[in-house]
Design a binder for this molecule. Structure first.
Ligand SMILES: Nc1ncnc2c1ncn2[C@@H]1O[C@H](COP(=O)(O)OP(=O)(O)OP(=O)(O)O)[C@@H](O)[C@H]1O
Ligand SMILES: [Mg+2]
Length: 261
């Protein structure tokens, strides 16, 4: 079988944390593959270790064992090579919106005028024009989330790790930004891993979905999502959408029909 080569491959990732004197086994041998240009969603119960997987890939945590390969080569530190949008937005409170967004480019030593122009373009696309000089504490949760997403995308990394990037957005803005993300990713051939609690979002955006079990966590199932439409609204109207949605709900033990009394 030939397809795009693997961009990122995790094998046998194990991680325990010490909690109150005992070891909490979180990841118990997790394997995840994403092809180059692929879009993978990872779903699983709260506390199963999704953020922990991201922290390991981003090089913020070391696994107890297991390997991380990028382009087929084992790496032990991906810091700086991935764009990581954390679950908790970590905007710097003393920096304005524009200064927060520019951080991603300052690290790359892009000339100031060019960086500023790029940043203002992004802010316009994400509906934040006019808020360049606002401070994070004066923004809504959804606005802060958009600033954090821009800061992740603007450095143009090959691999994006997005940990519930849309969770604070109203549905309308979410649909709009999902579309912006899918277009940006397809145009620039990014490789994306998205963590979401929203099964509807996982099906609409991804080409593959990995379902994690509860702790100690392993991969419970992998699905290839084959929908004709790529736009977030079009995908949701595809006849196969409901089929995938129900299958994934069943994997997570979510009842989608009311039981007869
Ligand atoms: N640095 C840490 N020290 C101790 N325990 C940790 C640490 N990081 C995570 N944990 C524990 O590991 C488990 C997995 O946490 P993690 O944040 O990865 O879950 P998650 O799947 O992202 O959950 P959610 O869907 O709620 O965001 C939790 O029980 C958490 O308490
Ligand atoms: Mg998490």
């Amino acid at each position: 079988m030939t397809g795009p080569p693997l961009k990122l491959s995790l094998r046998g990732i194990r991680k325990s944390f010490e909690a109150k004197g005992t070891m909490l086994k979180v990841l118990d041998g997790v394997d995840i593959d994403v092809a180059e240009g692929g879009f993978l969603s990872v779903i699983g119960p709260s506390g199963c270790g999704k953020t922990t997987v991201f922290n390991i890939v981003a090089g913020l945590l070391e696994p107890d064992s297991g390997s991380v390969k990028v382009d087929g080569v084992a790496v032990d530190n991906l810091r700086g090579r991935v764009g990581y949008m954390m679950q908790k937005d970590l905007l710097f409170p003393w920096r304005t919106v524009l200064q927060n967004v520019l951080l991603g480019l300052e690290l790359k030593k892009i000339p100031t005028a060019e960086a500023r122009e790029t940043a203002l373009d992004y802010l316009a696309t994400y509906g934040l024009s006019g808020f360049e000089n606002a401070y994070p504490r004066t923004l809504s949760g959804g606005m802060r989330q958009r600033v954090a997403l821009i800061r992740t995308l603007i450095g143009n990394p090959d691999i994006l790790l997005l940990d519930e990037p849309f969770s604070a957005l109203d549905y309308q803005t979410r649909l709009h930004l999902e579309g912006v993300l899918v277009d940006a990713v397809d145009q620039h051939r990014k490789t994306v891993i998205l963590v979401t609690h929203d099964i509807d979002e996982a099906v609409a955006l991804s080409r593959h979905v990995t379902v994690l079990s509860g702790r100690p966590t392993t991969v419970k199932a992998n699905y290839a999502i084959e929908l004709r439409e790529r736009s977030p609204i079009g995908a949701r109207s595809d006849p196969r959408f409901a089929e995938y949605f129900h299958a994934l709900c069943a994997e997570l033990d979510i009842q989608t029909h009311r039981k007869a009394a």
